[in-house]
Design a protein around this ligand. Structure first.
Ligand code: FAD
Length: 307
């Protein structure tokens, strides 16, 4: 019930100011965000690698208003790639980017975002890794998938994300499940209207399984982004039935969520990738985590009263 309210707040500048300024917020934010800078985040990446976990890195930022901010977002990723180079992790450390932070919503935004993200994908390829394009609200999907298609002409490893809460997604999965593609399947984290998305959680879960089946039986590389134990078990089952080996798909979870499960899956021989977000612009990302799960919100509220 509270989820949609929190998601609406995630888009409010007034709430952003209130939540960001509250002194209690920071320790709670730190549970989900690896650090504010690349320097703080590199030791986290090294510790994940030491635990046999792979990572995808998100330099926080979205909803920019000016092309110079888009250049700053691009440059932040280029600095990250420079810091990753000596670690020699290859695809074990890939990047996740939100095209909104690269200017997608500005006038001429499609071309601007394509230009900025191309610079990041090229630099990533030079150190033997790749980029996945995060999926944002439904109004951005056609542009994001078009940019994904253009990037794949030169960099076929570039990943896409699909969200099972959207009615269109099964069709998108069919189009994306081709040889060489990398597709992350998630439930979806934005507040979407009933005209485009399932509103009932059970419907979203059922659609997730239908999409998973399409991806597992297709020719691409499925990346299963979920903390849901039921969906994890179904994934293992469908992968087995599709004749996939353990390195022919992977699990993905967010930093700070179900860490014991991350270790368990890695110990079983699964490829387990942790999505690590860092940076100072954490508000939207943090609010979506609160909206996803009452326990996350309770954790935040408890820290308010236990000061
Ligand atoms: P939920 O429905 O949130 O939870 C299902 C069950 O999982 C719970 O009942 C519980 O048993 C277990 N669980 C969940 N959280 C916890 C917890 N904290 N502790 C213990 N058990 C827990 N969304 C987008 O819209 N675009 C993206 O590009 C995107 N990228 C993502 C990348 C990754 C790697 C991941 C993991 C998620 C991403 N998301 C993205 C967010 C996603 O859409 C969901 O909002 C988020 O993953 C929550 O859904 P869930 O599948 O984990 O299950």
């Amino acid at each position: 019930m509270l989820g949609p309210v929190i998601l609406a707040a995630s888009r409010s500048d007034r709430m952003r100011r209130v939540v960001s300024a509250a002194p209690v917020t920071k320790p709670v934010v730190n549970r989900f965000i690896a650090g504010e800078s690349v320097e703080e985040t590199v030791p986290v990446i090294e510790s994940m690698a030491g635990r046999g976990l792979e990572v995808t890195l998100d330099v926080l930022g979205e909803d920019i208003t000016d092309p110079t901010e888009a250049l700053a977002a691009r440059d932040a990723y280029l600095r990250l790639i420079e810091a990753l180079a000596p670690l020699e992790l290859g695809v074990r450390a890939e990047m996740s980017v939100k095209l909104s932070s690269f200017g997608q919503a500005l006038p001429g935004g499609h071309d601007l975002a394509l230009k900025n993200v191309t610079a990041v994908v090229e630099a990533a390829a030079e150190i033997g890794t790749t980029v996945t394009l995060d999926m944002e609200d439904h109004t951005t999907i056609d542009s994001t998938l078009a940019i994904h298609g253009e990037l794949r002409e030169r960099f076929p490893q570039t990943g896409a994300v699909v969200q099972s809460y959207l009615f269109r997604t099964e069709e998108d999965c069919r189009a994306l499940a081709e040889a060489g593609s990398r597709v992350r399947l998630v439930k979806g984290a934005y507040k979407e209207p009933a005209s485009v998305a399932y509103q009932d959680k059970r419907e979203v879960d059922r659609a997730y399984v239908r999409c998973l089946r399409i991806l597992m039986n297709g020719g691409g590389y499925p990346m299963v982004g979920s903390h849901d134990p039921r969906l994890i078990a179904i994934t293992q089952n469908l992968a087995l039935r599709a004749g996939r080996k353990l390195d022919e798909y992977e699990f993905q979870m967010l930093y700070g969520i179900r860490e014991a499960e991350q270790d368990r899956l890695a110990a079983e021989g699964h490829r387990m990738r942790v999505y690590i977000a860092y940076g100072t612009d954490w508000y939207g990302y943090f609010m979506r985590r609160l909206a996803e799960r009452p326990a996350n919100l309770a954790f935040f509220l408890r820290s308010l009263v236990s000061r």
